[in-house]
Design a protein around this ligand. Structure first.
Ligand code: LLP
Length: 432
């Protein structure tokens, strides 16, 4: 994060708080959320995309405090479940600034969204369109709708998080004509107000050509709708997916540059088709919250494992693991880490940071050079864990989930408390 620095004695400090003090007070592991960093990134997107709307994608990380920050910084919020809607409403979010996603929203979820006055519902199937028509009719309201389309783009990212190729569950295909039919269906329903098209090509994307291609295909469809149905849709959403640097090898695009490029393409294409330029929105999640959090762990054991040809690997076991960060195991994600409580002149040796769970795939950081004198009691910090770590955390092995501690100006504030064993037993109805 922006405020991270190492003090003279090697102690890592974030938001003016030394991590060893934070751990002494709040325990480990902990997600450390840098408020200034989060707000700076949110603001950077807001400024860069000044003629557009920026929806923070809550799936990356959500709690009421973050909803509050998002609203204060002038961003809107993308939610994709009744649970995320509940967090947003609990935080006092303006419902008209919410966008509701999902390929299988339940009737109850759609009803709650309508009752709350959610600003846009992104529909993803013909069944959903029918459901929404019925629910809106029952209530005598008109539902604001965007249509999720599949742009048919091969995004260069992990297969599980790419979403614009044809053979996956999201959206209506442009190529097959399904997208046009869905738009026509929404357009002729009196209970629905057609806002525009929506596409999200995938996540952790560096190559901006995917966005360009998606924008071009969306505007071609947008123009066809204008031409054949006689409606000029007022909005266009290009989704999220902007990549961040997890290791020094990654080179992410800067929001301002992205904004300029996207704006130019949309304008150019609209002019070429002779249609009015719709209001564009984007939905970054990772690029805002990812770098704003680091996870701090305590080292519990260190083990030297002999490899072939005389080589060896140091396994550093920490007090969390795949339950607080599944991304390494699930997507083969790369993270880095650093010794956070002291400096060391010991030789850097190749280490693997692993968790405490009962499987060998429980790896947090695959390869990192750590000083050879790393020992139980040391703290290891893993940066860049703001996105899809707490939000995808589990209780595997009945391990309680770590707290989220916000830091700012030398002070800490628990924004999500640590889970307790009582929390874990809360749902267990007890043995007879
Ligand atoms: N909009 C839509 C419709 C999305 O589906 C997503 C992410 C976003 C926006 C935000 O994407 P972002 O800017 O955060 O990349 N769990 C995976 C990522 C899944 C992304 C799902 N959709 C991971 O840990 O990499």
């Amino acid at each position: 994060s922006n405020t991270a620095k190492k003090n003279a004695d090697g102690a890592l400090e974030i938001g003016g708080v030394e991590l060893r003090d934070l751990v002494a007070e709040h325990g480990s592991p902990a997600y450390v959320l840098d408020e200034d960093d989060f707000r700076t990134r949110a603001r950077a997107f807001r400024r860069a995309f000044k003629d557009m709307d920026v929806y923070y994608a809550g799936k990356a990380f959500l709690c009421t405090t973050v909803v509050r920050w998002v609203m204060e910084e002038g961003l809107n919020l993308d939610i994709c479940s009744g649970g995320e809607l509940a967090v947003a409403l609990r935080a006092g979010a303006d419902p008209s600034r919410l966008g509701f996603h999902g390929n299988n929203k339940s009737e109850q979820e759609l009803a709650r969204a309508l009752d709350a006055g959610v600003g846009r519902i992104i529909v993803d199937s013909l069944f959903e369109i029918d459901r929404l028509v019925a629910l809106a009719a029952e209530r005598g309201v008109v539902a604001p709708v965007m249509v999720r389309v599949t742009a048919g783009v091969e995004a260069h990212t992990h297969e599980y998080i790419a979403t614009a190729h044809e053979d996956q569950k999201f959206g209506f295909s442009i190529t097959s004509g399904a997208a046009f039919e869905a738009v026509a269906k929404v357009n002729q329903a009196a209970e629905l107000r057609l806002l525009g098209l929506h596409s999200h090509i995938g996540s952790q994307i560096f190559d901006t050509s995917g966005f360009e291609l998606a924008a071009k295909r969306l505007i071609a469809l947008h123009a066809r709708v204008s031409d054949e149905l006689g409606v000029d849709m007022p909005e266009l959403d290009l989704g999220g997916g902007f990549g961040i640097a997890y290791t020094t090898q990654d080179d992410p695009a800067d929001p301002a540059q992205l904004a300029t490029e996207m704006g130019k393409i949309v304008e150019h294409e609209c002019r070429a088709y002779g249609v009015e330029v719709p209001r564009v929105s984007i939905e970054p999640g990772r690029a805002i919250v990812g770098p704003a959090v680091c996870t701090v762990y305590s080292v519990g054991t260190v083990k030297e494992v002999a490899l072939d040809a005389g080589a060896s690997r140091t396994y550093v076991s920490v007090d969390g693991g795949m339950s607080d960060n599944i991304r390494t195991a699930l997507y083969d994600a790369d993270y880095s880490c650093t010794l956070a409580n002291r400096s060391s002149d010991a030789t850097p040796t190749l280490a693997r940071v692993v968790g405490k769970h009962c499987e060998s795939g429980d790896i947090v950081v695959k390869d990192e050079f750590l000083p050879s004198d790393v020992t139980p009691g040391d703290l290891v910090a893993v940066p860049g864990t703001g996105a899809y770590c707490r939000s995808m955390a589990s209780n595997y092995n009945h391990v309680p989930r770590p707290p989220v501690i916000a830091v700012k100006d030398g002070r800490t504030r628990v924004v999500v408390r640590r889970e307790t064993e009582d929390d874990l037993l809360l749902l267990d109805m007890g043995a007879e």
